[in-house]
Design a protein around this ligand. Structure first.
Ligand code: GLA
Length: 404
């Protein structure tokens, strides 16, 4: 999400463990004095394959964790101080675990907020001195906020991976973002960064919180993320407006039928009744959410049947619904999807994440990735005057320690 307090920007720094250890030793005397105590945590960004704006409506999402990530090398301390340096800039920030204080409007809020939420959840923490390095572009719709929160949670918790499950870490980090940073996001981003599975997408039922890996055709196809290069300044305000519209609809529908507690309870057959109950714009928001939940389920079936033309149709329908009904697709996102759709070998393309800028996700025959890249670099700047960035991503496991 885009806020004034952003996590560290993507930095061309070296994420290799040896380089991170050396960088920490160079800036932190406690690490230099005890290099054997250095530990490294990593937390990935995510792309969502389908199921957009469904998480806070308690529906289905299908994200995958990707190999654009945030890493923290740190030494634990017993002084309750958390001190972090941004590897690329040398910028320092810190706080005391016993007096975290309110948010400051800076990137340290994501770490302080995570500490605050861990404390609220009763998770024991220790101080640390650390260095943050990132390959994950900021404010791009790839969940750099969630990745920084998850990396922080793993570094701060006294016994990470012990009593606290990855899903619980995700919920704690979502609370950090909602209640401390002040962004009213759903669970998807933190979930994907925490619970990602190498080589698979993960289906999450945002009501029951049950999840399971979904195989992807990665032997033949690549996941290609394309960034529009456009800023997402309206994201947070417009995101909250969309969320409020969904809640308004639920309140109106619940007045007639108390069994309706979220848009998850609304079936396609109930949409005519919804149309009669809410204003036309709110109706279109509801129609997106209700039909998008169906498209997630159909995408799972299509992937299981190796029916990639069907996946392509479902992603195209998702994109159109996000554009016409939910109204979060910028002209730049539309241009990228249109260009990709014209490239032979692109099986499926759509916007991913909150919208209003950010990225598209493309499922592309491995042999066609170069053609897609060339088409985007040739056509997109001419159409938009913006510079796109094309990432062919690997699907990786969720946050944790790096063994070395
Ligand atoms: C952002 C939010 C998520 C989700 C998506 C839209 O990424 O952080 O919780 O709502 O937008 O699907």
């Amino acid at each position: 999400m885009s806020t004034s307090a952003r996590p560290p920007a993507a930095e061309p720094a070296d994420l290799a463990p040896g380089a991170m250890r050396a960088a920490l030793v160079a800036v932190e005397p406690r690490a230099a004095a005890n290099p054997d105590a250095i530990r490294i945590v990593r937390a990935p960004g995510r792309v969502n394959l389908i199921g957009e704006h469904t998480d806070y409506n308690l529906g289905f999402v299908l994200p995958a964790a990707v190999n654009l990530e945030i890493r923290i090398a740190f030494v634990p301390t017993d002084d309750r101080r958390v001190e972090l340096v941004r590897g690329a800039t040398g910028e320092r920030a810190g706080f005391n675990l016993d007096a975290i204080g309110p948010r400051r409007g800076a990137w340290v809020d994501y770490i302080a907020g995570t500490a605050w939420a861990l404390a609220e959840a009763g998770v024991a923490m220790r101080g640390l001195r650390g260095i943050i390095v990132s390959s994950l572009p900021t404010a791009s719709g790839l969940s750099s906020s969630a990745a920084l929160e998850l990396a922080s949670a793993w570094a701060l918790a006294d016994a990470p991976g012990g009593d606290v499950t990855p899903l619980e870490f995700a919920r704690i980090c979502q609370r950090a973002e909602n209640a401390y940073v002040g962004v009213n996001c759903g669970l998807m981003d933190q979930f994907a960064s925490a619970c990602g599975v190498a080589g698979a997408a993960v289906l999450l039922d945002c009501r029951s919180l049950e999840f399971r890996p979904i195989a992807l055709p990665l032997a033949t196809h690549a996941l290609v993320v394309i960034h529009t290069g456009s800023t997402r300044s309206l994201t947070t305000s417009q995101y909250n407006v969309r969320r409020a519209q969904c809640e308004t609809a639920v309140a109106a529908l619940a007045a007639d039928d108390p069994a309706i507690r979220s848009l998850r309870d609304v079936t396609p057959a109930m949409l005519p009744a919804v149309r009669a109950r809410v204003d036309p714009e709110t109706y279109r928001r509801c129609r997106h959410v209700v039909t998008e939940n169906g498209r997630v389920v159909e995408t799972i079936d299509a992937l299981a049947a190796d029916d990639l033309p069907a996946v392509g149709r479902l992603w195209a329908a998702s994109h159109a619904s996000l554009r016409d009904d939910f109204e979060v697709v910028s002209p730049e996102l539309d241009a990228l999807v249109e260009i990709a759709t014209g490239v032979p070998g692109v099986a499926a393309a759509r916007m991913t994440g909150a919208g209003f800028g950010g990225c598209t996700i493309n499922l592309v025959e491995r042999d066609a990735v170069g053609t897609l890249r060339a088409a985007v670099l040739a056509e997109y700047p001419a159409r938009t005057r913006l510079t796109p960035r094309v990432y062919s991503v690997d699907v990786v496991a969720g946050a944790g320690f790096i063994a070395d």
